[in-house]
Design a protein around this ligand. Structure first.
Ligand code: NI
Length: 429
């Protein structure tokens, strides 16, 4: 079934230098419209409003995950490790390449606003009436569902899922390096070649040779730094809040029978909650931003104001708040409402736990969430048992709580608010 390409194709990549395509199958998947759509979806959502360089796409990330997976497998094959099932090469490469194909525009905000899940969409694209499905079918009737089951983590070869989705997988390694490169921060720059050299297939999973522990520590430290400096960044959260409010307001208006001056397919289907695969594939960030720009002229003042904020980067201001209980939150909401502001739009409390990237939990009982070190006696140990550095950074997975608000609106009513509430808005940050 292995069909090498007549001539190896090469992509120039700023992170991995070169990305090599050696299989005809991979080359044809890259050239499907569904995969090309990923060029129009940014990898880091609204982070470009905080780090202007963060314009990289899910297309480049997906190629990067493919390339890391290809390098790992090639190394396993070259060294002749018998624990790596050679027949799984194609499934692993396809799953790596296609793992994010279901991401929508501004993925995490849109998923939250419309209760969707990109992994479900990835599977619907793999299994539905799409060009990707047609290409995958050439490797057998059950091949598309094999790839989909890797994405759903139900595939019967755990080692393949381990490569594509685990705490030390190709996905995380690529986004860490790529996000660091494009945001311009210095934290995510790990020695990937060293990490890859230390990986071993062992029984049904991928483990790390014990002497590679420090390289893995470095990788986990970089991740930790990236969480705090990039993924948890309060300015990015501010833009995500506005984005969610736009989606919320637009859907609200749609269901109220509001007549839009501007509407574009497939947004009505999205608002109705019955969007199909073909419609979903028309969603990209160009379409969303076109709608937002047009909506800055809508008659509904709230929608036009929110869209103006997002497009012209007039983000909400924020203050850090600690230990705010529900009672105090309600009191602030009531006070804001009493002076004529909207408690659902002019105020947002944000606990950044719903992050785009799940955390590494060293103590987690499920072994697939652990990073295991292999010693020279063939013994396995979970990394936090051995590494003090890993122990000290694990378990911290909640960001600080922030209160977001439109500064100019709040400052207009500040005199009318109770002192206890004014104190919260006035605190230094
Ligand atoms: Ni990914």
């Amino acid at each position: 079934m292995y069909s090498p390409i007549s001539e190896e194709k090469v992509f120039k990549d700023p992170v991995h230098n070169y990305i090599y395509v050696q299989d005809d199958l991979i080359w044809r998947l890259i050239n499907t419209p569904e995969f090309q759509r990923l060029r129009r979806v940014r990898q880091l959502g609204t982070s470009y409003l905080t780090f202007h360089g963060a314009e990289h796409s899910r297309f480049s990330h997906s190629l990067g995950v493919y390339e890391i997976t290809r390098r790992i497998i090639t190394q396993f094959e070259r060294r002749g490790y018998s624990d790596w099932p050679a027949s799984e090469r194609q499934v692993a490469l396809c799953a790596a390449l296609l793992h994010d194909v279901g991401h929508g525009p501004f993925s995490h905000s849109i998923e939250e606003a419309f209760d969707m899940n990109h992994e479900d969409w990835t599977c619907r694209i793999l299994l539905g009436d799409t060009c990707i499905h047609q290409v995958l079918l050439e490797l057998g009737d059950d091949f598309p569902s094999k790839v989909a089951s890797v994405i759903q983590k139900t595939y019967d070869k755990p080692i393949v899922m381990n490569l594509v989705t685990s705490p030390l997988d190709a996905d995380r390694m690529d986004y860490l390096l790529r996000d660091a490169y494009y945001t311009g921060v210095n934290y995510g720059t790990i020695d990937i070649d060293r990490v890859l050299r230390m990986l071993r297939p062992y029984k049904d999973r991928v483990v790390v040779k014990e002497s590679g522990m420090h390289a893995v520590e470095d990788y986990l430290m970089s991740r930790y730094q990236m969480y705090w400096q990039v993924y948890f960044h309060p300015v990015t959260r501010s833009s995500e809040i506005i984005l969610r409010q736009i989606f919320r307001r637009a859907r609200e208006l749609y269901h109220q029978g509001y007549t839009y001056q501007f509407m574009i397919d497939p947004l009505p289907a999205l608002f109705e909650g019955n969007i199909n695969v073909n419609q979903y594939l028309r969603l990209d960030e160009a379409l969303i931003q076109t709608a937002f720009l047009q909506w800055t002229d809508e008659k509904d003042q709230l929608l036009s104001e929110l869209c103006g904020r997002f497009m012209h980067r007039k983000l909400y201001k924020y203050v850090e708040i600690d230990n705010l209980d529900q009672g105090s939150i309600d009191a602030i909401r009531q006070a804001v409402q009493a002076v004529g502001l909207h408690p659902d739009y002019d105020l947002e409390i944000d606990f950044p736990t719903d992050l785009p990237y799940d955390e590494f939990h060293p103590g987690a009982p499920q072994s697939e969430k652990q990073i295991l070190l292999l010693d020279r006696y063939d013994g396995l140990r979970e990394i936090s048992e051995v590494s003090e550095i890993v122990r000290s950074i694990s378990g911290i997975h909640q960001g600080r709580c922030h209160l977001y608000y439109p500064e100019e609106k709040i400052s207009q009513v500040l005199n009318a608010l109770p002192d206890t509430v004014v104190k919260i808005f006035r605190q230094p940050n």
